[in-house]
Design a protein around this ligand. Structure first.
Ligand SMILES: Cc1cc2nc3c(=O)[nH]c(=O)nc-3n(C[C@H](O)[C@H](O)[C@H](O)COP(=O)(O)O)c2cc1C
Length: 259
């Protein structure tokens, strides 16, 4: 199958797949390195890192592969300005910016030839990001782990609306877990996908084994949106503390394996 899309061409990768920036889970070199070496785009999540640790992780990835990789910077983060400086100083080829507008920083990054991917959750914001000059948008629906958009619009709806609203490449994210999900997003008109939760179960992800086990044991109803009532911008989707009685991801994988 030919995986060439506008995203593979833009980013210089083999598969139209991005490993999502995930605080803690991908706040290391190992996960991004493994993903980029495999032909997708590995992303280091700067969010919870000290700037020196971010710099060290970037250098490790650069030393061990010549494949493209990215750093994710949530723009609301108090250390965002320092992270952005590190990204430029270390000549990171691709930035994944989330949770904030791109306008203020974009010209500096364009001058340095950095590809800017901007996370958005609505066609209106995607159009603004396109007008500001970003290279592609990542359209994320409410299924997403971490901090999903507060409007609670599903990935199917958001991605299609964003695809219709902009001309630049669209990368779809939120609840995509396998090849069928990827194919579905490409059918909607996306040029690539961003997978988060799927990658946090890998050996290279920086999470405790107990969390990975809990995620693997979870069924499709076992996530909770925390903070929905109190705050419009910072609700968080996480694995529920108690497992439901629905079949777990592990059971589903076992069943599919036999088919
Ligand atoms: C544990 C975890 C941490 C996350 N941290 C971040 C982050 O630091 N920055 C960010 O832009 N998105 C973050 N996200 C959201 C992901 O980038 C991505 O949009 C999401 O995981 C996609 O949905 P999926 O998990 O269903 O694949 C996080 C997601 C998870 C699961």
């Amino acid at each position: 199958m030919n995986f060439s899309t506008r995203v593979t061409e833009l980013l210089g990768i083999r598969y139209p797949i991005l490993q999502a920036g995930m605080s803690w889970a991908s706040s290391n070199a190992e996960l991004a390195l493994a993903v980029s070496r495999a032909g997708a785009l590995g992303v280091i999540a700067a969010g919870p890192m000290y700037p020196d640790a971010l710099r060290a992780a970037i250098r490790t990835v650069k030393e061990r592969t010549d494949k493209p990789f990215a750093v994710n910077v949530p723009l609301y983060n108090p250390r965002a300005a320092v992270f952005l400086d590190v990204v430029l100083e270390e000549r990171v080829p691709i930035l994944v910016a989330s949770q904030g507008g791109p306008k203020q920083h974009l010209p500096r990054f364009k001058d340095h030839g950095v590809t800017w991917l901007h996370v958005t959750a609505s066609p209106e914001h995607a159009v603004k990001a396109e007008a500001a000059g970003v290279d592609a948008v990542i359209a994320v629906g409410t299924e997403a782990g971490g901090h999903p958009p507060p409007d609670e619009i599903g990935t199917l709806v958001v991605v299609r609306a964003v695809v219709k609203a902009v001309r630049i490449p669209v990368i779809a994210g939120g609840g995509i877990a396998d090849g069928a999900g990827i194919a579905a997003m490409l059918c909607l008109g996306a040029d690539g996908v961003q997978l988060g939760t799927r990658f946090l179960l890998t050996p290279e992800s920086n999470l405790h084994r107990a969390y990975k086990e809990r995620a693997l044991a979870a069924g499709i109803a076992d996530t909770t949106l925390v903070g929905r009532a109190s705050c419009r911008s910072a609700c968080s989707r996480t694995i529920s503390p108690a497992p439901s009685s629905r079949p777990s991801e592990r059971a589903l994988l076992r069943r599919n394996w036999r088919r």
